[in-house]
Design a protein around this ligand. Structure first.
Ligand code: NAP
Length: 280
């Protein structure tokens, strides 16, 4: 399913492809996986200068060569690089690694030492130059978002990329509602809990398996469909293998019923609002 990536943003598929630690697996398989994902409509590819010190970006650059226009490409600047001149240098480095002339969205990876005003000013300059088409933030809680909005003004922040999986639903309390009120896309990172997906033998795993079997789907597809049940939310599972990407892409066509959603909600309860936003 496709949704607008933030207010007035492009329509992109609700499931994309992450790339943290992709450089630690088989390079050829990873490239084949990204390409297969593109064929299956997983156009949103997420990376960061931090991942493998640019090696993740370089693998993606190879995977998307000749296919740039099919991709919604996102990278992130490290907080200590997010000054006026540092963000420009970091962005240009990322573009070189990715062998492209533009990013579809550029994110501040998390809050750091530089004032938001300076970082956002750098982003706006990069945008005016066509090096980035939009920009956003990552790991921002409700109060950070309030501050960011006050600094940037309305309709500037395209996205907030945050931790969201079945056993970590904290963003449902305030971050998702904030983003929906303000037309900001929510990108769910680590949608499989990084490497902690519910075991099939666990109580929650059995619920996922039963729902999956009723739909001719898999447990991971059920999880992805649950996480992206709201039009504001996109998920970016990382998969270094073709078979995994194919599995994940299958979630795009899965429609869960209200009864399915209620069962998942009680098997993986949201829990109380934590004092601060969890992040990896
Ligand atoms: P994840 O996507 O929750 O899980 C990745 C793990 O799931 C890998 O071990 C992968 O194995 C496995 N997997 C994927 N599809 C599978 C399938 N269909 N069946 C079985 N196993 C499957 O973890 P993540 O990498 O932490 O998060 C996703 C992306 O979010 C990252 O890669 C990164 O792009 C982004 N992220 C952003 C932040 C931030 O601060 N902004 C933080 C963390 C992550 P294989 O690789 O072997 O296929």
């Amino acid at each position: 399913m496709k949704h607008a990536f933030g207010q007035g943003g492009p329509q992109i598929a609700s499931i994309g492809q992450g790339s943290w630690y992709i450089e630690q697996g088989d390079r050829k398989e990873a490239i084949a996986a990204f390409r297969r994902g593109l064929e299956l409509g997983l156009s949103h590819i997420d990376t960061a200068e931090m991942y493998g010190d640019g090696r993740s970006e370089a693998i993606i650059g190879e995977a998307i060569a000749g296919r740039r226009d099919e991709v919604f490409l996102v990278s992130k600047v490290l907080p200590h690089n997010a000054s006026k001149t540092g963000a420009r240098a970091a962005c240009e480095r990322s573009l070189r690694h990715l062998k492209t002339d533009r990013l579809d969205c550029y994110l501040l990876h998390w809050r750091g030492p530089h004032r938001l005003a300076e970082t956002f000013d750098a982003f706006e300059t990069l945008k005016a130059e066509g090096k980035i088409l939009s920009w956003g933030v990552s790991n921002f809680d409700e109060d950070d978002l309030d501050e960011a909005l006050a600094v940037a003004g309305p309709r500037r922040i395209a996205c907030n990329q945050v931790l969201y999986h079945l056993r970590e639903r904290a963003i449902e309390h305030a971050v998702i509602p904030w983003c929906e009120r303000n037309g900001v896309a929510v990108t769910a990172y680590s949608p499989f809990g990084h490497d902690d997906f519910p075991e099939p033998s666990s109580a929650g795993g059995r619920v996922l398996a039963e729902i999956a079997s009723a739909h001719g789907a898999t447990a991971r597809q059920v999880a992805l469909a649950f996480l992206t049940r709201r039009a504001s939310v996109f998920a970016i599972p990382k998969a270094g293998r073709v078979a995994h990407v194919e599995d994940n892409a299958g979630a795009l066509g899965l429609r869960l019923t209200a009864a399915d959603l209620a069962r998942i909600d009680s098997a993986f309860p949201r829990g109380p609002k934590p004092h601060s936003l969890p992040m990896l």
